[in-house]
Ligand binder design. Structure first.
Ligand code: ADP
Ligand code: MG
Length: 247
C-alpha cells in the first residue's frame, strides 16, 4: 500500500476527515474482521458528519450570536407563564416555512434574548441562514447602506435569510429616517421570511420607539399578522442568585 498516494487523492478530493482516520480505521476493521464495504461506509459516514458539522459551525459564525444560549439550558420552571410546549414546537422550526414571526415582550432579565438565541441555534443546526442583530446595529447598518447607495443590496441580503433576529427593539428610539428604513425591511420580509423580535416595550408604547404612531402601527401590523407573541412578565433571572442569598 502507498499511503502517500491515498493521502494525495484524499487531499485532492478534500476528504480531510477520511485522511485523518483511514489508517486507524483500517487497523480496527482488521481486528474486528469487518468487511471492506463496512470499512468504506465508516469512512464515508465520518466524512459526512464532519461536513455537516463544519457547515453548522459556519452558519453559527455568520449568525453572530452574542452568547451561545441553548434551549436545553433554559429553566422553564423559573418562568412558568411561558408556554413551554409552544416554545418547543417553535424550536422544531415549522414557523420558518410559514414565514411566521416570534415576539418576546417583557422587562429585562426574563430570558427574551436567551430564547431568541436558542431558537436561532436550532435553525443553524438545521442548515438555515440566520443572523442575530441588536436593533441598534441593524438600524445603523441600514442607515449606513442608504448613505452609501447600497440600501437595496443590504435589504436583499437581509431578505435572503431564513431567520432574522432583532434584539432589544425599544431600548433606543429610532430617528425618523431609521424608523422608515426599519419599516421597509419589515414590510419586505412580511410573509416571505421569519423575524424574531425581542423588546422591553409593550405594543402601546411602540409609537415612542418609532417616534411616529403611524409607522409604529404599520410595523406592528406586519410583524403581528402571522406571529407568536410571548408576553413574559416574570422575575428577572439576573436577580435569581440575589433572591437565593436573601432566603
Ligand atoms: P432579557 O433578554 O429578557 O433581558 P436574557 O435572555 O438576556 O434576558 O437573560 C438574562 C440572563 O439570564 C442570561 O444569561 C440568560 O441566559 C439567563 N436566563 C434568563 N432566564 C432564564 C431561564 N428561565 N433559565 C435559564 N437562564 C435564564
Ligand atoms: Mg435581552
Amino acid at each position: 500500500m502507498k499511503p502517500n498516494a491515498i493521502e494525495e487523492h484524499l487531499k485532492t478530493l478534500s476528504l480531510h476527515r477520511i485522511a485523518e482516520i483511514y489508517i486507524e480505521e483500517a487497523e480496527n476493521a482488521a481486528k474486528a474482521k469487518r468487511s471492506f464495504q463496512d470499512y468504506l461506509l465508516r469512512l464515508l459516514e465520518a466524512q459526512v458528519i464532519n461536513k455537516t458539522e463544519r457547515s453548522v459551525n459556519r452558519k453559527m459564525q455568520v449568525a453572530a450570536f452574542p452568547h451561545l444560549k441553548r434551549l436545553e439550558e433554559f429553566d422553564f420552571s423559573y418562568q412558568p407563564k411561558i408556554n413551554e410546549k409552544l416554545i418547543r414546537e417553535l424550536a422544531s422550526l415549522e414557523f420558518l416555512q410559514a414565514a411566521k414571526n416570534i415576539l418576546f415582550i417583557g422587562p429585562p432579565g426574563v430570558g427574551k434574548t436567551h430564547l431568541a438565541i436558542s431558537i436561532g441555534i436550532k435553525a443553524c443546526q438545521a442548515g438555515k441562514r440566520v443572523i442575530f442583530y441588536s436593533a441598534e446595529k441593524l438600524t445603523d447598518e441600514l442607515a449606513a447602506a442608504e448613505v452609501s447607495g447600497m440600501l437595496n443590496k443590504k435589504l436583499d441580503t437581509l431578505l435572503r435569510l431564513d431567520l432574522l433576529i432583532i434584539d432589544e427593539l425599544g431600548y433606543l428610539s429610532l430617528s425618523n429616517q431609521t424608523a422608515k428604513l426599519f419599516f421597509q425591511l419589515i414590510s419586505k420580509r412580511y410573509e416571505k421570511g421569519s423575524v424574531i423580535v425581542t423588546t422591553n416595550k409593550p405594543f402601546e408604547q411602540w409609537g415612542e420607539i418609532f417616534n411616529d404612531d403611524v409607522v409604529a402601527a404599520a410595523v406592528l401590523d406586519r410583524l403581528l399578522h402571522h406571529s407568536y407573541p410571548f408576553y413574559i412578565n416574570g422575575k428577572s433571572y439576573r436577580l435569581k442568585n440575589i433572591e437565593n442569598l436573601k432566603s
